[in-house]
Design a protein around this ligand. Structure first.
Ligand code: 9MR
Length: 369
């Protein structure tokens, strides 16, 4: 079994050792892509012999994945071909791991970890603490049996310890900054353990459980909202000043195709000013979330390509030591979480059939220069 909120691992690190033994901007117009004959409805062409993303990038290129989707051989093949890092899309979160009685299950995240290992890919742990997920087992904790802080630490030890030596990094605290950028999120964790204290405690505990992993602070809308970005950076600085082992910054980048050119570049450079490694952690470029409803589908697709290009070029402009990884929140359109919101969206760099779109070609172009 995988332990529970009520039981700390025998030694913080043993579980992980066991498991590892056992288990297994340019604008789109500047892309100068060569034509390769008719393709899908896209107006932009893609070279027929486009090399895999991971073979051209001088850093890890990642994708999220759900365990059950690994049953789809076409997706498994595409992941194996294109990426060198995997992020579990949701099964390494509390919502999956923590059971109503406080026990833990790890079957699905173990499966993703095994797939990553079998294909020589990095694994990105996502995520230990998230304001959006406070499982009933934590809310109803019997504090006569265990203090809340001990259960919180047990959880982090169990999960980060299990994947010790397997993950390249952890999104330790996800989305810590308030929606409007004014301060930090309210959450069960903040109420029980303190708004800043629960964050610092998560980093210290993750470091106890895994001495090697890059410990990231991950958030979204950092390109759209300078105020949120400033608060994010202040939080990072405060963590560092307090001695908390924060060793990387993640910027999700769930952006829309009509985002103003330059915003992404500015955000990446501001984040990099702290000197920490940067993870583009969840990139997708929505067509249907665009504010500008007058743009044609073709124009949105063209802008989408330009956004992928800007993101990749901005990341490439960082010093090598600050390029942690570049992760796409899904390779194929059909697998994207955004499809649930709007079935007409097509935010990924590969189409439903796994064929590269112009966005994939833009990534390749930027990564290999
Ligand atoms: O894409 C993920 C979706 O499948 C899950 O249902 C959801 C809740 O676990 O999380 C989505 O991923 C989110 C990520 O974990 C954090 N940043 C925002 C992502 C999109 O909502």
């Amino acid at each position: 079994m995988g332990g529970s909120l009520y039981s700390s691992p025998a030694t913080p690190r043993s579980t992980g050792e066991e498991i590892s033994r056992r288990a297994v901007l340019t604008s789109a117009g500047a892309l100068a892509l060569s034509a390769c004959g008719p393709r899908d409805a896209q107006s932009q062409s893609v070279p027929a012999d486009l090399p895999p993303l991971k073979t051209v990038a001088p850093f890890r290129v990642g994708s999220c994945v759900q365990a059950l989707r690994l049953d789809d051989p076409a997706l498994a093949d595409l992941l194996a071909r294109e990426v060198s890092q995997l992020t579990p899309e949701w099964e390494m979160k509390m919502e999956y791991i923590v059971q109503p009685d406080g026990s833990f299950r790890f079957d699905a995240p173990d499966r993703i970890a095994a797939f990553a290992r079998a294909h020589g890919m990095g694994l990105l742990g996502h995520t230990l603490v998230w304001y959006a997920q406070a499982p009933p087992a934590f809310e109803q904790l019997d504090e006569t049996r265990i203090r809340f802080a001990d259960a919180y630490r047990n959880y982090i030890h169990a999960v980060a310890g299990r994947y010790r030596g397997q993950v390249v990094g952890w999104d330790v605290v996800n989305e810590a900054v308030a929606e409007d950028g004014a301060g930090w999120r309210d959450s069960l964790w903040a109420r029980k353990l303190g708004a800043f204290e629960h964050i610092a405690l998560a980093y210290r505990t993750a470091r106890e459980a895994d001495p090697q992993a890059t410990l990231l602070l991950n958030d979204y809308n950092l390109e759209y909202m300078p105020a949120k970005r400033a608060t994010f950076l202040k939080l990072a600085e405060r963590l560092l000043a307090s001695g908390a082992p924060l060793t990387g910054l993640g910027t999700q980048m769930h952006v829309a195709a009509d985002i103003a050119p330059g915003k992404i570049t500015q955000m990446i450079h501001e984040l990099a000013s702290l000197g920490l490694p940067i993870h583009v952690s969840e990139l997708d470029v929505s067509l249907t979330r665009s504010d500008n409803k007058l743009l044609s589908r073709g124009e949105l697709q063209r802008r989408q390509t330009a956004v992928y290009a800007e993101a990749a070029e901005a990341f490439m402009s960082l010093p090598q030591r600050q390029r942690f990884a570049f992760t796409l929140w899904g390779l194929r359109d059909r697998d994207s979480w955004l499809k649930k919101e709007n079935a007409g969206d097509a935010p990924a760099p590969f189409d439903d059939a796994g064929r590269p779109k112009a966005g994939a070609a833009a990534l390749v172009e930027a990564f290999r220069t």
